[in-house]
Design a protein around this ligand. Structure first.
Ligand code: ADP
Length: 268
């Protein structure tokens, strides 16, 4: 089950500092706290300018993502998946449109608020694991728990991803899939509301990729973390609650799965 939103001072969602008055006045507050909506995006556009060239990466994306959902973003290369994920995670900002996190405006938030948001509310997993080679699995995770507000012990996070017995191994002593599971443990140890994964199995063979997907599935199920996974691999769609198909910077199609297929049963 999804954890209820935690409120801090004056009902500000966990991880947020109160936004400057000009922002809260400029963007009306929504009541999405009561509906379980975590993200609400309207007319999101992102245009990159490189010299004379203009690239429209997102071209009017509307979406709502709910607490505890597992959502796949599918689409060809260049369709805008990473751009959308980066904007949801506060790593990038849209050129126009609105984006709210639990009713709080991310678009227009100051850098301090965005930093708090990234630090406390979002876990990221990328295709490459970015572990520090001279630190053990436990120490790689502890780096993050050391700067988080309400972390789980690194050992617990490593248990969730099935690495309870490999905590004192260095990255070079772990397979690619195990290193990616350390990266997932590092992302979830701060108990984020949201886990954003950009091609987490992109560098892995099928069997290893499935162990990584199982770790993501277990995190989603046991911690109730809203999980958004980018993939090229259509077979992964079966493990999601919802699949958003991106094409040319838009959500071209959306599918709901009545039941989710266990990651261990996926075939590709
Ligand atoms: P996907 O993740 O689906 O492969 P992206 O979101 O990475 O797609 O990219 C969407 C489009 O935006 C592509 O045409 C890409 O080349 C362009 N793009 C992405 N990031 C940048 C950037 N920093 N500068 C210029 N163009 C970019």
């Amino acid at each position: 089950m999804a954890r209820p939103p935690e409120s801090g001072v004056d009902g500000v969602p966990k991880g947020f500092v109160r936004a400057p008055a000009r922002v809260t006045v400029a963007v009306p507050m929504k009541t999405s706290l009561s509906t379980g909506v975590v993200f609400e995006a309207r007319k999101l556009r992102k245009v990159y300018h490189t010299g004379e060239v203009e690239v429209v990466a997102l071209n009017g994306v509307d979406l709502e993502l709910g607490a505890g959902e597992l959502v796949c973003l599918l689409g060809p290369s260049g369709s805008g998946k990473s751009t959308l994920l980066n904007i949801l995670g506060g790593l990038d900002v849209p050129s126009s449109g609105s984006l709210q996190y639990k009713g709080w405006p991310l678009v227009g938030s100051d850098e301090r608020t965005l930093t708090q948001f990234r630090r406390n509310c979002v876990g990221f997993v990328f295709q490459f694991y970015n572990l520090i080679p001279s630190l053990t699995a436990r120490e790689n995770v502890a780096l993050i728990t050391g700067i988080s507000r309400d972390p789980m012990p690194p050992e617990e996070a490593l248990e969730v991803v099935g690495l309870g017995r490999r905590m004192d191994h260095f990255p070079s002593q772990l397979s690619g899939g195990e290193q990616q599971r350390v990266a997932i443990a590092r992302a979830i140890a701060k108990r984020p509301e949201v886990l954003l994964c950009d091609e987490p199995t992109g560098a892995l063979d099928v069997t290893t990729g499935i162990t990584v997907l199982e770790a993501i599935e277990r995190t989603n199920r046991e911690l109730g973390t809203l999980t958004v996974v980018i993939t090229h691999n259509a077979a992964m769609a079966d493990m999601a609650d919802r699949v958003l198909h991106l094409s040319d910077g838009r959500i071209a199609r959306e599918e709901h799965n009545e039941t989710r297929l266990a990651a261990s049963h996926l075939k590709w």
